[in-house]
Write a protein that binds this ligand. Structure first.
Ligand code: DGY
Length: 329
């Protein structure tokens, strides 16, 4: 019997490719080229599955050009690049990897918040440029993490993992805003209190964004929201670019409307708003929230589990649209 063909849209660990090849004829992308939409669509001709990331746009046009495609399995948790309704309408499985990167991303989010509050990258630049000549009472003073109010916008898995670090590890008072409050028992465990968005903005000493990107969350933090925050507050974004209006944030940082920001994601990444690059009070990371070796291996491994199960009549562990199962193969 002819083996199904799959496309691996980006470079992956060799063992993940080897595993896919136990089941499929897999076309890899060892150079990690970011194919434009037409090239991606062309390479998908005849393929039953795609193993991809949050970068490849999967829309109705691509699905209609490739009616043999049955499964789109991402190695990321974010999936705002997929038109899920279009997949469901055509009986195509979409999957992501929730759970696999929660703790790693929470570690990075917490570290970025701390680096931002304590001005760590600014301090390193100061030292490396030879400006450190003496101890001084107000040299690079930042703000405390312990005992401060941690605000979390978006209380999913990663938000809860950050709340746990703040409340139980650093004695922070945790407040959050989400589409719906957590069950009472979870709030009690995390020592977290649900508040409305305006209260979250007004009361947070350190606000961390962990909500998924969607049309509703586009520019959830813009000039009006930044205006509500304390001038001493920090803002950390480990969710998605586009949730923050980067131009408005750069303006607020320049005017010291808020004290500092820590960003791992950007509106037009990998391009970074030029105004942000000029500012000392922002810590800038290149979207490395889930970037540990173990977690990246687990992410691609879970994506492969989903693809193999989907195309061999099994049960994919983390489908986004389980309604399409079992697939018409
Ligand atoms: C994710 O998994 O969504 C990470 O942000 C990588 O894109």
């Amino acid at each position: 019997m002819k083996r199904p063909q799959v496309l691996v849209a980006r470079a992956v660990f060799p063992e993940a490719l080897a595993r896919l090849r136990e089941h499929f004829d897999a076309e890899p992308n060892p150079d990690d080229t970011e194919w434009p939409p037409e090239e991606l669509s062309r390479r998908l001709r005849g393929k039953a599955g795609l193993l991809g990331t949050a970068a490849e746009r999967i829309d109705a046009a691509l699905l209609d050009a490739n009616p043999q495609l049955r499964a789109v399995c991402l190695m990321t948790v974010g999936y705002n690049n997929i038109d899920v309704s279009a997949c469901t309408a055509r009986g195509v499985l979409a999957s992501n990897v929730p759970g696999v990167l929660t703790e790693t991303t929470a570690d990075l989010g917490f570290a970025l918040m701390m680096a931002t509050a304590r001005r760590m990258t600014e301090a390193e630049r100061f030292l490396r440029s030879g400006q450190w000549t003496k101890w001084r009472y107000d040299l690079l003073v930042g703000s405390d993490i312990h005992g401060a109010t941690l605000g979390i916008l978006g209380m999913g898995r990663i938000g809860q993992a950050i709340a746990r670090r703040g409340a139980l590890g650093f004695g922070m008072r945790v407040i959050y805003h989400n589409r719906s409050p957590l069950p009472d028992a979870d709030e009690a465990t995390l020592q977290a209190r649900y508040v409305d968005k305006a209260t979250l903005l007004r009361e947070s000493d350190h606000l961390v964004l962990v909500l998924p990107y969607s049309a509703q969350s586009h520019h959830a933090i813009g000039a009006p929201e930044l205006a509500l925050m304390k001038p001493t507050a920090t803002l950390t974004n480990v969710a998605r670019g586009g949730i923050v209006d980067d131009a408005a944030l750069a303006h607020a940082l320049r005017e010291h409307r808020i004290a500092a920001a820590g960003l791992d994601v950007y509106e037009n990444e990998p391009a970074v708003h030029p105004a942000l690059l000029e500012l000392p009070n922002v810590v800038l990371l290149p979207h490395i929230g889930s970037a540990t070796e173990a977690t990246r291996r687990a992410m691609v491994g879970r994506a492969a589990d989903n693809l193999i199960a989907a195309l061999t009549g099994g049960v994919p562990p983390t489908p986004i649209n389980p309604a399409v199962l079992p697939l018409r193969l």
